[in-house]
Structure formats: structure tokens, C-alpha cells
Design a protein around this ligand. Structure first.
Ligand SMILES: Nc1nc2c(ncn2[C@@H]2O[C@H](COP(=O)(O)OP(=O)(O)OP(=O)(O)O)[C@@H](O)[C@H]2O)c(=O)[nH]1
Ligand SMILES: [Mg+2]
Ligand SMILES: [Zn+2]
Length: 298
């Protein structure tokens, strides 16, 4: 029988939904019993091989190796993080933005910053934001409400698997509907054919854009608990600090209060944004605290 390829986009209690872009549709698939005994468990985002049985159901044959895997939400093969934020209603604090950026960096995923609700901005607010982030990150300013710059965002999403992250209220759901009207509605329709468990909302799922591309609609990535990295590694994830590596008097400078710290000089001169430096300090001290707590075992 013909083996086909698809991407797992959603789970039910006993089956899963697979998008087969060649087929141009979706197939409800089940797992062979041997997966359970062998401890094989597909997750959302997995590329799988399957065969269609006579009743139109699919049966999974194998899972292709994962390129990467996010833990919260548990999802594989993500190609980029779309970090949505707004500068008004709500004004997302730079510390929150910087945590998201850190998580994306640790996951080794490129991130695109989408500044939504630009219809609410006054004066130079967008320019001020761009001055802090524009050099190291791609920024797409949009308004879901006025449909500004939506085409540009669509281009960025087209043909890729993305995860959308961002604080509650910044307009993630609104954007999905503006990008692809009816997307959410269609989802609930399909869910009926899928046998759902009781706690389905906690699962990750991927939505399929009509223009091509998949996106994880769960805000689960919003869990902002600091990942367990050594404090000394933090600076690698701040591009504007990492770039100055070797410029401080001490080669292992943590840019806290060491003499001859070039990073602090750049902050004073306004070449590194103060808000970014303050985020760095706050996270550094948090990581350091944790190291002291478990210090006895080191
Ligand atoms: N002015 C303005 N309001 C917007 C825009 N986009 C979304 N909103 C409003 O912002 C509010 C929150 O939007 P949602 O799409 O629910 O936000 P969300 O990010 O999905 O929030 P969670 O699901 O809680 O994570 C709604 O009242 C939207 O109408 C925009 O571009 N401009
Ligand atoms: Mg939402
Ligand atoms: Zn330094």
C-alpha cells in the first residue's frame, strides 16, 4: 500500500489529525499497537508516514526524526517563533519581551517580533521600540484592527511551521483571524470528527493557513519561568552584549559591577539600551540565586 507523508496537527483521545499537503487535506489517523509497546509516542508537529485504509482512515507507520522539540507546549519541528506584543492596551513590559526572546534563543529558534495595535500608537513610540530591538531582531509592525501590514506578516508565515507566543490580550487570536478569516471556526468543526479526551485544551495544536503554513495557536509558550541555564551563559542570549565579548577588562566579566566593564560603558553611552541591560541584570541575579540555593551539591 502507498505510504504518504503528513504532519500531526492535533490529538484526540484515540486518534490524531494529520495534514497531508500533497493530498490537500486532512486525515484522521490511528497508531499501530506496536507503538505503545515500543514506547513510541508522536507529538504535534511530527512528520509521519502513514497509509490510508479502505475506510478512509489513516494508520501511522513511522515518525521521521524531529528537527527540534519545544517542551511547553510540547511540539516539534517549529521553524520560527512569532512573538506578538503591543505597546499600548496592554503595554507589554520590556522585561516580559526580553524573557520571550531569551526562551526563543535558548530553543535556537529565529524570532520575528510582531508589534500589533499600531493604530493606538502616538508620536515616536514605534521608533523608540525599534531603536531597542531593530538591530538584532526582525520587527513587523501591524494593526489587526485596521489590517495594516498584514500581507507582510502573511509572507513571513507562508509555507513555514511557526509558534505564536505573546502575553494575553496583545491580539494573537485577532491576528490569526485577520490573516486567515474563519480559521478558528473551521477548527471547531474539525474537532467534532476527532475523538477528544477531556482535557484537550491543554494540548498543543497546529492550525493550517489557507495560504500555506502551520501555526501553533496555543499561548502555552507564554510560561515565562526562567530556564535552567548557568548564569554565565545568559549573556550569550543577548546579542548586543554577546557581540562585545572580550572587550571587558576581565575575560569572564558578568557585567554586574566589575571594574573596566565595557558593556556598562556602552549602557552609559546609550549604545546598549538600558532596559535590555536591566533585564539582563534581573535575570542574571535570578539565575545566580538559584545556583546559591543548590550550591552545596556543585
Ligand atoms: N486597537 C486595536 N485593538 C486590537 C487589535 N488587535 C486586537 N485588538 C483587541 O485586543 C483585544 C485582545 O485581543 P485577542 O486577539 O483576544 O488577544 P490574544 O492575544 O489572543 O489574548 P489571549 O487569547 O488571552 O492570549 C481584543 O479586544 C481585540 O479586539 C489592533 O490591532 N488594534
Ligand atoms: Mg487568544
Ligand atoms: Zn563587562
Amino acid at each position: 500500500m502507498e505510504r504518504r507523508r503528513g504532519v500531526v496537527v492535533r490529538f484526540g483521545s484515540r486518534n490524531m489529525e494529520v495534514v497531508d499537503s500533497e493530498l490537500g487535506g486532512r486525515v484522521i489517523c490511528t497508531m499501530p499497537g506496536r507503538f505503545r509497546t515500543q514506547g513510541i509516542r508522536p507529538i504535534v508537529g511530527d512528520v509521519i508516514e502513514y497509509i490510508i485504509s479502505s475506510d478512509g482512515e489513516g494508520r501511522i507507520e513511522s515518525i521521521l526524526p524531529r528537527k527540534n522539540e519545544l517542551l511547553r507546549p510540547r511540539i516539534s519541528n517549529i521553524e520560527q517563533i512569532i512573538l506578538v506584543l503591543s505597546l499600548r492596551e496592554p503595554e507589554v513590559q520590556s522585561f516580559v519581551t526580553d524573557r520571550f526572546l531569551l526562551l526563543a534563543s535558548i530553543a535556537k529558534l529565529p524570532v520575528v517580533i510582531v508589534v500589533n495595535k499600531i493604530d493606538l500608537l502616538r508620536g515616536e513610540e514605534l521608533e523608540v521600540f525599534s531603536a531597542v530591538y531593530g538591530e538584532d531582531y526582525d520587527i513587523i509592525p501591524v494593526s489587526s484592527k485596521q489590517k495594516t501590514n498584514i500581507d507582510r506578516l502573511r509572507e513571513t508565515l507562508k509555507g513555514k511551521t511557526s509558534a505564536m507566543a505573546g502575553m494575553s490580550g496583545v491580539g494573537k487570536s485577532s491576528l490569526l483571524n485577520t490573516l486567515n478569516p474563519g480559521l478558528q471556526l473551521r477548527v471547531s468543526e474539525i474537532s467534532r470528527t476527532l475523538e477528544r479526551g477531556k482535557h484537550t485544551t491543554s494540548y498543543a495544536e497546529l492550525l493550517q493557513f489557507d495560504f500555506g503554513g502551520l501555526i501553533a495557536d496555543t499561548p502555552g509558550f507564554a510560561n515565562l519561568e526562567l530556564p535552567r541555564i548557568p548564569s554565565g551563559e545568559l549573556q550569550r542570549h543577548f546579542p548586543e552584549i554577546a557581540q562585545e565579548k572580550g572587550m571587558c577588562a576581565f575575560s569572564n566579566c558578568s557585567h554586574l559591577d566589575e571594574p573596566g566593564c565595557y558593556v556598562k560603558e556602552l549602557v552609559e553611552a546609550g549604545d546598549i539600551a538600558r532596559s535590555r541591560y536591566e533585564s539582563y541584570l534581573k535575570m542574571f541575579l535570578e539565575l545566580k540565586d538559584r545556583e546559591v540555593v543548590k550550591g552545596g551539591r556543585r
